[in-house]
Design a protein around this ligand. Structure first.
Ligand code: C2E
Ligand code: CA
Ligand code: CA
Ligand code: CA
Length: 279
């Protein structure tokens, strides 16, 4: 958990953040973050390298805390989850995303689909599917354009309940993607019984794909099974041409990563999207 200063400088020590006092400070500050307009969304394009087009974008939360500066989601998302604040923050995020999508539509910049990270706590909230549905209706967004990214930590919960909620969401038309795939508890058999549309190969495998035969083997295994099951696969954390070449050679052409674009604030993403729509 680290604090990202203006230019990647650490404003104060990691030790300080790890302390109980600091944790309490951040939790209290997070309570006020929404009303103080300290939260914002960044967007990172997801590319189809074969078609050379933007097929979607992942939404990533940012917190610019007035006294501490930029705080990484790796640091504040766990605090939001523990404290329950992830629920109002999650609703805010979904509403912002739908609102943005409509604005881009009106500006003639069509983004096919937008992905939003959902933590296990939100997912298990009673009426989660109903809430997603009413937000989509409020902004008149086609459910097919929303993708919810969930992690394998969900699978620690009662599987019947999780499958039930996923089925409910997919009946609405919403897409579900299994994030950070390969690092957690799920074995490959799980994905055959979960009603998901796509899986995201975790960036830890992509990072080593060129140097470590095991990472390569895992990525290839995921791709082979996904193909048989008819699932889309997105590789995340693609940073180099070499990684991209290996992936495309293995049949994976949906990618996301710094090699193409970093997550960008609203106005910068709008420009990239506008440019992509013109070409
Ligand atoms: P994640 O869902 O696995 O998101 C991908 C992370 O990888 C993001 O970190 C993104 O900025 C980063 N990334 C993208 N491309 C590259 C690359 O080429 N190389 C490397 N090294 N990293 C890359 P970020 O933005 O710091 O978010 C961290 C985590 O915080 C996310 O991991 C997600 O679990 C959580 N998170 C972020 N926004 C939200 C949100 O709105 N709701 C929830 N529940 N969790 C969120
Ligand atoms: Ca994600
Ligand atoms: Ca991920
Ligand atoms: Ca992650």
């Amino acid at each position: 958990c680290r604090n990202l200063g203006g230019h990647g400088v650490h404003i104060y020590s990691e030790q300080a953040i790890g302390s109980e006092r600091e944790h309490l400070f951040l939790e209290a500050a997070l309570h006020r973050a929404l009303e103080r307009n300290e939260l914002s969304l960044h967007f990172q394009p997801q590319m189809d390298v074969q078609a050379n087009s933007i097929i979607g974008a992942e939404t990533l939360l940012r917190w610019n805390q007035s006294e501490r500066g930029m705080i990484s989601p790796e640091c504040f998302i766990p605090i939001a989850e523990e404290s329950g604040l992830i629920l109002p923050i999650g609703i805010w995020t979904l509403r912002q995303v739908c609102k943005r999508l409509r604005v881009w539509d009106l500006q003639g910049m069509r983004l096919e689909r937008i992905a939003v990270n959902i933590s296990a706590k939100q997912f298990r909230e009673p009426r989660f599917a109903g809430m997603v549905q009413s937000i989509l209706q409020e902004f008149n967004v086609d459910p097919d354009r929303l993708e919810l990214e969930v992690t394998e930590s969900l699978l620690l919960e009662d599987l019947d309940i999780v499958v039930g909620i996923m089925t409910e969401l997919r009946k609405l038309g919403v897409h579900i993607s299994l994030d950070d795939f390969g690092v957690g508890y799920a074995n490959l058999c799980y994905i055959s019984c979960l009603p998901v549309d796509s899986i995201k190969i975790d960036k830890s495998f992509i990072r080593n794909i060129a140097s470590d035969p095991a990472s390569m083997a895992i990525a290839e295994g995921i791709l082979a099974i996904a193909k048989r099951l008819g699932l889309r696969v997105i590789a995340e954390g693609v940073e180099t041409q070499e990684q991209l070449d290996i992936l495309t050679h293995s049949g994976c052409h949906l990618v996301q990563g710094y090699y193409f674009h970093k997550p960008m604030p609203d106005h910068v993403f709008s420009k990239v999207l506008g440019h992509a729509c013109m070409t």
